[in-house]
Design a protein around this ligand. Sequence first.
Ligand code: ADP
Length: 716
Amino acid sequence: MLPTIVLGYLAIRTAETERLLVWEQLKESYTSLANLVSDYLDNILYSAENDFRDTLSLAPSYSKSDLEQLSRMVQNRHSVIGQTFFLNSAGKMIFPEDPQGKWSDASSANQYVIPSEKDEEIFESYMAKAERQEFKYKDPRRAIDVYKKLSSDVEHPAYKATALNGIARCYTKLGLDQEALNYYKRVIDQYNVNDGEVTIAAIAYLQSVSIYEKSGNVNAAIETLMKLYSNLSDNRWALDADEIWYFADKTRRQLLAYMDRGDDTFVPFADRFAEVDAEVLRLVKLQRFLKNYRNLASTDIKQTLDRVAEDPESAKRLLKSTTTGPHLISYLQTTARSPSIEGSPSGDEIALAGFEVNLFFLASRGFKDALSRLTTREDMMLAILNENNEVLRMPAPIPGVDIEYEIPEVLGKPINAVSFSSLPFWRVGVYLKNPQSLENLSKRKANLRILVIVGLIMAIAFGIYLIVREERREAELARLRSDFVANVSHELRTPLSSIQMLSDTLKQGKADTQDRQEQYLDTISSESVRLARLVGNVLDFSKLERSIEEYSFQPIDIGQVVTSAVEAYRFYAEQRDARIHLNIAQDLPQIEADSEAISQLLINLVDNAVKYSEDQKEITVNVFGRRSNIVIQVVDRGVGIDEEDIKKIFDKFYRGKNAADLGTGGTGLGLTLAKAIVVAHGGDIRVRSKKGAGSRFSVILPLSRKALDNGKDTGG
Ligand code: ADP
């Protein structure tokens, strides 16, 4: 029991270990996939950096057009390369040029003049009044009066433009579209100014467009949008990237909607739009880079330039985190090259070159490519995780970067996350599509394990049971054997000593009467018979044990064999006050048998019947035919056999409880031999017995041994 519990406990422990093992194995295989993905993305960046460096060293010169061409080349080869930039040793950016500077010099309209204090006062009080009329009292007419007064009273163009826009807006509210358009046009024509926060002219454009749209003047609407869009593209208002994009996005959406209408309205504008669109996107990207560079990178990079390069030509990275995510710049210091070497007089000296890493590309197309190169498991998925371990959501990309970033739908927590070596802010998260399935799989495996172990335990338990049973049997047999030795010696000594004593008495002439002499001689003779029988039984048994007993089968008259055996025994029986009745059926057929063995068997049975009878020593021997068998029955009215003994009395050395109770001598071999003989004849021996009432042993012998042989043949 205890070992079973211990084994059971071990089984459960093993099962749990197994479960963990399955989990670990799966996790490992998933993780190796995630590693491949991260390697792939790392590699994209590494090889871009290498190519950038190599291309740079091969450039014939560093003239501005060379740098532009070089940039376009590497960008075409590596989508991960965003805006490139080149600095001279003083840290001045040689490429790209800052468009802000260019245009702010070119147009005086862009010079933002700080308004006078007086102007400011007038503007604020009039505006408050006008807006109250317009928005609170919903009285556009009164509002127009105030806006008009404002426009004539202030000096600053931004204030004038704001007032004119207000007038136009109020005319729209009154339904006077033409009036409104006129005022917007005035703003656009005369006051296209950046007021420091927002471009008033751009608003005037968009407002006019909505008036055209309302009146169904599609052509005028598109034309106006196109004008606004190209104004944004040349950055005449000197806006920064976000300001440009604020208007460009609105304008672009409306233009694209017209383009998508599928009629001919947009056709005349299509070419111009494509041109301007590309310029706007380029400008936005450039401005965005410059803004990031100025705000995040310039100080660090200039510091790098102040130091002597430890390992020029090898890429370094500068990582800054912004509210919209990480900003990564890869750069390298170059060994300064004199422009004269390659014969390019306009070539500038370049001390540092770098590019902005297009993280958006890596996280979208790069990631997709990596996945498509791997056979990922059906039941798992990978996602890029940000610094907070959430699935990465890229900030809205600049239009024109038409790579879709699909945010994977993931369930639960990642089971593991693998770091990139080049992109420390991201990790590849490993998710299970169905976390339950893994549990189930490992449970199934564990259950199988438990089943096997339980089976093993049962097998072991059964084995132990068999061994114990065998051991018990052996012990029992050993006990029986030693009993047997004691019994046999006793059985031998008793008749021997009485034979010795009686023959001594006779020899000494102490038996005076003839009767007494005869009585002594009878006893001596019957004791010798008993002794001979005993020795015969033991010898036969030992032959049986060594399987060398041989029988000689002859056709015999069974009635005659039984009769002569019983008669030979009768004298011995009568000496013990036992009577034997013999009933032999008439005309019994002959059977093939060993007559000596049959006699021995019969005598063993009859002798038992005498031995195990007390007062009523009445023994009946019946011989009769039944179907194809001869039946020999030995019936007594003796003590009977204990029920629990009945099964065992044919076992070797076994002696029943009644033998001990009666104190009868014996070896426990009589029935063993009887059974062996019957079996050798192809027959059977059965016993019925009732405690205190007697026993009946029935020997069933087949008529012919042929039946037995056949039986053996077919049975074997
Ligand atoms: P034993 O030498 O003890 O008689 P046997 O093999 O002849 O050995 O018999 C085995 C046991 O069967 C006996 O010990 C006895 O308990 C029981 N037995 C055999 N024949 C009879 C019978 N006719 N009546 C009661 N018990 C019997």
